[in-house]
Design a protein around this ligand. Structure first.
Ligand code: FMN
Length: 188
């Protein structure tokens, strides 16, 4: 009898845990796999939340509709330019209704060679998801980043997590780990 009660209790605890967690999709666009690698690290950090992981190259809209939290990763290729696969997907984003969705953004760039357009792509994604009604979480202080201008700066802070695997790859893991902790309160 005691064993049965313990089993029921554990099922209820498990059940509560599962239903209390939000569904999360990590969606990235990546040309030379830096953003992809970061997306995989974020997925590993959030393993307890069992996020889905997909490449925007596939053009699949389903993860946007079937998840409450969207973690979107994009690199920047040229001044004020999105990564190619996000660029191709952009018309679909323009037609989406993202109201009620929670979005967190991470952007891969190179502050050393492109200090005047550092992680601009993240700023472009921010603008479209906000226009489509999403609530953006996970803003990051600009402190510790050496650059001149970024479209991803709003009200003096980054709209998401900037990463720089070209110049500061040694900081990527700790930046991701710290950022994921910022996100966690919104994932329950
Ligand atoms: C031609 C070219 C243009 C780039 N333009 C920018 C830029 O404007 N801003 C920036 O932050 N990074 C820029 N980068 C750096 C890339 O965003 C960086 O290499 C990134 O890690 C690529 O990520 P991915 O492999 O996931 O696409 C550029 C890189 C190249 C090769």
């Amino acid at each position: 009898m005691l064993g049965f009660l313990k089993l029921m209790l554990s099922l209820r605890i498990n059940n509560v845990k599962i239903t209390a967690m939000k569904s999360i999709a990590i969606i990235y666009g990546s040309s030379t796999e830096h953003t992809k690698n970061a997306a995989e690290k974020i997925a590993a950090e959030l393993a307890d939340y069992t996020p889905s992981l997909s490449d925007i190259y596939d053009g699949d809209e389903a993860p946007f509709h079937s998840n409450e939290v969207l973690i979107l990763g994009v690199s920047t290729w040229g001044v004020q330019d999105l990564q190619d696969d996000w660029n191709d997907f952009y018309p679909k984003l323009e037609k989406m209704d993202l109201s009620g969705k929670t979005v967190a953004l991470f952007g891969m760039g190179d502050a050393s060679i492109y200090p005047s357009s550092f992680v601009d792509g993240m700023g472009i994604l921010y603008e479209i998801v906000v226009a489509k009604g999403a609530t953006v979480i996970g803003q990051v202080s600009r402190e510790g980043y050496d650059f001149e201008y970024s479209r991803a700066l709003v009200d003096g802070q980054f709209v998401g997590l900037p990463l720089d695997d070209d110049t500061e790859p040694e900081l990527t893991d700790e930046r991701i780990a710290a950022w994921v902790e910022i996100l966690k309160p919104w994932l329950k």
